[in-house]
Ligand binder design. Structure first.
Ligand SMILES: [Zn+2]
Ligand SMILES: [Zn+2]
Length: 310
């Protein structure tokens, strides 16, 4: 039997090939030095492929292909990441948000990739009502580390979690990812700048190879995180059980505490647990179940939905 392990990666970052402030080499080195196993350099409308010598590659995580297909002519920004694309995808220039979204998705798929809808709340561009009119995407950003991404919503605008729940409640099979969307690798690191290290995914794969990583993502074999680490996890229609790897706060060494919310149809709370091994058994009444783990340190993790009605 093959053993599969968690492999940490960031799916969204920029370099000097678009509007990032460091070279692809430097960006790759930053992620390697910070413990990432793999990385997608997703420049705006540019496919950044780094081919280094063996010595250079040893200083980088595994680099997987991706592009942020970026439409700027619509009524609001429509950015769709294409993972695993084999050529540059030209962004739609339609003025209509839904048309632009759908054209970007279709072009990503035609280029051999998988589509992910980025930061819906950036400039309050769109929400689930537009996303429900588009088809063919497998992922959405439930967390984006850019300071303009408005993940939490407010003032009548849904949070990215809320948008995700509405898609799932309409029967859509969409996985939620957390990403950096980093642009700033030099100068000060602060909450008002777009720095790396804020959001990532841990993918369960047998090999550190692009194909294995993207296949596991396509199957929903991963979780998204801004700091919470999961050890073991069982996730099927009979049982969802998570072993949280406890952390201590960096300065005083005090153990963090966790609250896990299991939610379902229409975002309804099904069960709340304060255990470090929270578990939930789906019932016949559930359509989908997903969990969000909140740490007292302010970080969180999102597990992928289980579709119970299958
Ligand atoms: Zn973007
Ligand atoms: Zn971006």
């Amino acid at each position: 039997m093959t053993t599969r392990t968690w492999l940490k990666g960031n799916l969204h970052t920029h370099t000097t090939n678009s509007d990032g402030d460091e070279s692809p080499q430097h960006v790759a080195e930053w992620y390697h030095e910070h413990g990432y196993d793999w990385l997608c350099l997703s420049d705006h409308n540019h496919l950044t492929i780094l081919e280094g010598t063996k010595a250079e590659r040893s200083k980088w995580p595994l680099l997987v292909a991706g592009e942020e297909v970026t439409s700027r002519n619509a009524d609001g920004p429509v950015h769709v990441n294409g993972y695993g694309v084999t050529r540059v995808v030209e962004a739609s220039d339609s003025p209509d948000i839904v048309t632009s979204m759908q054209e970007n998705i279709d072009r990503i798929i035609a280029a051999g990739g998988m589509a992910s809808i980025n930061h819906p709340n950036f400039r309050w561009s769109f929400d689930d009502s537009e996303m429900l009119q588009a088809h063919g995407y497998q992922f959405m950003e439930v967390y984006n580390g850019h300071p303009y991404s408005q993940n939490r919503g407010g003032g009548g605008k849904a949070s990215t979690d809320g948008i995700w729940d509405r898609l799932l409640s309409h029967g859509r099979r969409v996985w939620g990812i957390a990403v950096d969307d980093a642009h700033h690798y030099t100068g000060e690191f602060s909450s008002t700048r777009s720095n790396p290290g804020r959001g990532w995914v841990q993918v369960k794969a047998a090999r550190l190879a692009q194909q294995d990583i993207y296949e596991a993502m396509s199957a929903g074999d991963f979780y998204a995180s801004t700091g919470v680490t999961i050890g073991d996890m069982v996730s099927n229609t009979k049982e969802i059980r998570i072993d949280i790897s406890p952390e201590t706060s960096p300065n005083d060494g005090i153990q963090a505490k966790y609250t896990t919310l299991f939610t379902g149809q229409n975002g309804r709370l099904l069960y709340e647990s304060t255990s470090n091994s929270p578990a939930y058994r789906p019932t016949r009444l559930d359509t989908y179940v997903r969990s969000t783990i909140y740490s007292s340190l302010g970080t969180q993790a999102w597990t992928q939905p289980v579709f119970v009605s299958d």
